[in-house]
Design a binder for this molecule. Structure first.
Ligand code: IPD
Ligand code: CA
Length: 274
């Protein structure tokens, strides 16, 4: 396994190339976008998703990296002579709906791990592609926003909190009642529509927590964001306060609560009905 690559540099290059690759697609948003069938994660694929994926793969190959790709679009692919050297888990575009509608909140997410397991991620990047802001982290080296070290929020009271909650489209009659006590006690609720980036908002202290207990979100969306939050001093567990240690697989889903500090995390877990 090779952890010796300069991942800050390589991941930043991936992000730059994704930005270039999606430019032509951003110019044609008013034209009908062809559906390219379903990606490995189960969602409809658009040309912009594949363009971003290709940019990431090409960049890694141009750095002579052997890797196993785990992508929301193409699923599992192997590259190079020694593809078990590292696993690259990507959501090429998180927030495709936002991008296609011109909503300024979408991201690219790339996580590097020794094994296809979320706890093994050791380098990660989430790029806010609209605002050209880069969140990046390496294990035990901290988390950074555009080169500046970031820390999670210390807000511990829900009366002051800004809380992200994803209630998007899925089993809402089952999930919403589990969250009503929490919503009722929280000052501000948000959902922007690209969960990889919403995790970085927790890492950066812009929001205090993010809750997604739908059981719908895939590991490809959160693999990078999880490391970025941990390296920024935050905490992530499942709704039972157990570690989230799932395999990295485009079909693998998870439930989680991610918070800036333990105090608000415990308060939230106490209010979520299981
Ligand atoms: C979506 C976003 C969104 C979440 C959806 C995801 P995608 O990712 O993260 O915020 O509510 O569940 O599918 O499909 O745009 O990569
Ligand atoms: Ca996606």
């Amino acid at each position: 396994m090779n952890t010796q690559h300069d991942w800050f540099k390589i991941l930043t290059k991936c992000k730059n190339n994704v930005e270039e690759a999606i430019k032509p697609h951003l110019k044609t948003l008013n034209e009908p976008q062809p559906d390219l069938g379903k990606g490995a994660g189960g969602d409809a694929m658009k040309p912009v998703d594949l363009a971003a994926e290709k940019a990431i793969v090409n960049t890694l190959q141009s750095h002579d990296i052997s890797f196993s790709l785990i992508s929301e679009e193409s699923g599992f692919e192997k590259y190079g002579n020694n593809p078990e050297e590292c696993y690259i888990t990507i959501d090429p575009i998180d927030g495709t709906t936002n991008l296609l509608r011109g909503l300024p909140f979408y991201a690219s997410s790339i996580a590097v791990s020794k094994k296809p397991v979320i706890s093994e991620v050791y380098a990660a990047l989430v790029a806010d592609l609209y605002h050209d802001i880069t969140y990046i982290a390496q294990e035990n080296k901290g988390a950074y926003r555009d080169g500046k070290k970031i820390k999670t929020s210390q807000v511990s009271s829900l009366q002051e909190a800004v809380l992200g909650i994803d209630l998007n489209t899925y089993k809402v009659t089952e999930i919403a009642p589990k969250l009503t006590d929490l919503i009722q006690q929280t000052k501000h609720i948000r959902h922007y529509g690209a969960n990889a980036l919403e995790l970085c908002y927790v890492a950066n202290g812009l929001t205090d927590s993010f809750v997604d207990i739908r059981g719908k979100l895939r590991t490809t969306d959160v693999a990078a964001g999880f490391l970025i939050i941990k390296e920024a001093g935050g905490i992530i567990t499942d709704p039972n306060k157990q570690p989230v240690n799932v395999k990295l697989d485009p079909k693998q889903t998870l439930k989680f609560v991610a918070s800036g500090n333990t105090k608000i995390h415990d308060t939230i877990l106490g209010l979520v009905k299981l």
